[in-house]
Design a protein around this ligand. Structure first.
Ligand SMILES: Nc1ncnc2c1ncn2[C@@H]1O[C@H](COP(=O)(O)OP(=O)(O)OP(=O)(O)O)[C@@H](O)[C@H]1O
Ligand SMILES: [Mg+2]
Length: 407
């Protein structure tokens, strides 16, 4: 195997071994991440390895990993006490299993039924994103800490007039970290995390959506402290009359409005609703008013862009100096985090592509070395991969933020 192949392959094997260890020690969420990474790397590896036997072995492994991820996810999404495999993990202190289950895990049959009803449709696992995985965005992080993490972790501080905001809306251009921030807040606050895609609410659940929404909020109350994350909220909360809103959609929206309203008059343990959108101006005014706190997630500033370049080239040999990162972040003005991550994905493939085009990856037994990525690779790629957000879009967000949101 050539050294580029063997390097990729070895990384995959290492990830897979780590996955199995985590799996065996009951750290399923971390195991899922590792299995997924191992599968991703093997898929990359297969793109460059032409050996049919090797490809078949890898394909089998990928399928095994994907299958295991499914099993683990089903297990984690299932309510506590449902003895599906894998066997329930022993109680762990401060592991990665933050907050998806609360209390002593004993539910009445009626509660259990409700929980079962939503567990297949809604992601209840705690995501594994930490604040340090997100570059920059200090203001947005602080707002989320105050609006979500502290009220859930220190509810006693939020009594009397210092009430937590029941609804929080993240808005801003696409690819700038809204979903990431929501996931990091959920990881940090150790609440039961319910993540529901608003588009799914309409497509998958239409007909049954209202019942499921009310069930979702009921379960969230039972399992409080809870955080309900509704991504792409604009898809269910369009302004009346503007979209092609059917009766079903209207009912879903009305139901959501009343549930979010109900949260306010809520109980002792916090239940917070966090929405995210990149089209805030499309949101119905009634819905908008339920989100008392609005947090702008802007395009990354210069230091954040440098940080995003670093995060997305982690583990790859590079000869970039600190000054080079500064140069890159200047050149990447106007790029979102997603744009930068796309640039990095392109760049890290350049040395592999060069080897492949030179025919050096044909012979599985030949040893080759992958060169480091360099500034020039980035400069070339930045010319090809253009930012998604235009200046006009940005004005639109900024005007909206001035009118409705906060910076
Ligand atoms: N600040 C950041 N630090 C590190 N990575 C980032 C950052 N912002 C964005 N990214 C990268 O971009 C990807 C997209 O980010 P995310 O999904 O959070 O964007 P979003 O704001 O929710 O976009 P959309 O409005 O399209 O849903 C992330 O998965 C991550 O790889
Ligand atoms: Mg998103």
């Amino acid at each position: 195997m050539s050294s580029v192949d063997s390097k990729l392959y070895l990384v995959a094997v290492k990830e897979a071994q780590a996955a199995v260890e985590l799996d065996e020690s009951g750290q399923y969420r971390k195991a899922i991440n590792k299995y997924q990474r191992a599968a991703d790397i093997l898929i990359q590896f297969m793109k460059f390895n032409k050996n049919p036997e090797m490809r078949r072995v890898c394909q089998d492994k990928v399928e095994n990993f994907v299958e295991r991820v499914k099993v683990l996810k089903a297990h984690l999404n299932g309510p506590r006490g449902r003895r599906s495999h894998p066997s329930p993990k022993p109680s762990d202190s401060g592991g990665d299993d933050k907050g998806s289950e609360n209390g002593d895990g004993q539910y009445t049959p009626e509660e259990q039924e409700l929980i079962d009803a939503i567990s297949d449709t809604i992601l209840t696992e705690s995501p594994n994103v930490r604040w340090i995985d997100i570059a920059g965005l200090a203001n947005s992080k602080q707002s989320l800490r105050e609006a979500i993490v502290l009220p859930i972790m220190k509810p006693k501080l939020f009594t009397g007039a210092r009430k937590p905001w029941s609804g929080i809306l993240l808005f801003g251009p696409p690819g700038c970290g809204k979903t990431l921030l929501a996931r990091a807040a959920a990881t940090e606050c150790k609440a039961t995390f319910f993540s529901v895609s608003s588009a799914d609410l309409l497509s998958k659940w239409l007909g049954e959506s209202e019942k499921l929404i009310s069930t979702l909020f009921k379960v969230a109350r039972i399992k409080a402290p809870s955080l309900i994350f509704m991504d792409e909220i604009d898809s269910v909360a369009t302004k009346r009359g503007e979209g092609h809103e059917g009766g079903g959609e209207r009912r879903v929206k009305t139901q959501l409005l009343s549930e979010i309203q109900g949260v306010k008059s809520g109980s002792k343990k916090p239940l917070l609703v966090l929405g995210a959108t990149n089209r805030p101006w499309d949101i119905d005014i009634a819905m908008l008013s339920r989100f008392e706190k609005k947090v702008y997630v802007p395009l990354p500033d210069m230091p954040a862009r440098a940080g995003i370049f670093k995060i997305h080239t982690e583990g790859i040999n590079s000869d970039l100096s600190e000054e080079d990162y500064i140069e890159l972040s200047v050149r990447a003005e106007g790029y979102s985090g997603r744009d930068i991550s796309n640039v990095c994905r392109e760049v890290i493939m350049i040395p592999v592509r060069e080897l492949d085009m030179g025919g050096l990856l044909e012979d599985p037994s030949q040893d080759v070395t992958v060169r480091d990525i360099n500034l020039n690779d980035f400069i070339k790629t930045l010319k090809k991969v253009k930012p998604m957000t235009t200046g006009k879009d940005l004005d639109h967000y900024q005007n909206w933020a001035e009118e409705f949101g906060e910076y």
